[in-house]
Design a protein around this ligand. Sequence first.
Ligand code: SF4
Length: 280
Amino acid sequence: MRVINTKDLIPIVKDLVKKACTDLDENLMNALKQSMAIEESDLGREVLETLIENADLARKKQVACCQDTGIAVIYLDIGQEVSWDGPSLTDMINEGVRQGYREGYLRNSVVGDPIIRENTKDNTPAVIHTKIVEGSEVKITVLPKGAGSENMGRASVLKPADGVEGIINYVIETVENAGGKACPPLIVGVGLGGTMEKSTLLAKEALKRPIGDRSPTPHIAELEKELLTKINDLGIGPIGIGGSVTALDVHIETFPCHIASLPIAVNLQCHANRHASKTI
Ligand code: SF4
């Protein structure tokens, strides 16, 4: 077994939090630049140019690319040959989040109780997802999620008879309903199958896939392409001012499900598609 001290995660999470909020990755930057050639509206191209300029400035000056620095969603893919030493893993991750938001001058956007709504003042706790995988490594991914895009997501359980048409209608309705509120151009994450909670987890996981990567399952890849075309035909455009680039990509993750149900979830990601990973 490989033993890792949980305290080792503090500086890693801290750095990933700051990196995710200030350095939008090359994959997103390339997608935004490529979308300039597709966007038909002058105003839409102007908005895209401003988004690219904003991201460049954020990286150069090491400041947040958006004022909403999100709630920290953290994924840990833990190798089954890893054993942990030290204090609580959850506490150490939250300490990394605390230090990252403080050192990066990132806005504290978390309330401790969903009804009383007092700010926790350090952006903790993070939402932590763990997965046991093969091997002796640990992959840590930080995905800060802003409310503008998160608030416009939806989940439901369709009837199997609703089929592909029902899936398409559900995704399109979700994006149409979001309009400009989710800060397009979007990355649209879709979770299909499993159970109600599994599909919502899949929808968010879908946001981690690089823009331009298609599902390895041919009929799902076709559905991703069809949805992307239909979403861009809606004419919502960059930031909702009208145009031909409403989404940069659609990613669908699937899981087997019960014979009598078809769970579906849509998680929208805004143009501030923030995430950063490290494997130790
Ligand atoms: S939806 Fe995204 S870009 Fe819009 S305010 Fe929230 S974090 Fe910022």
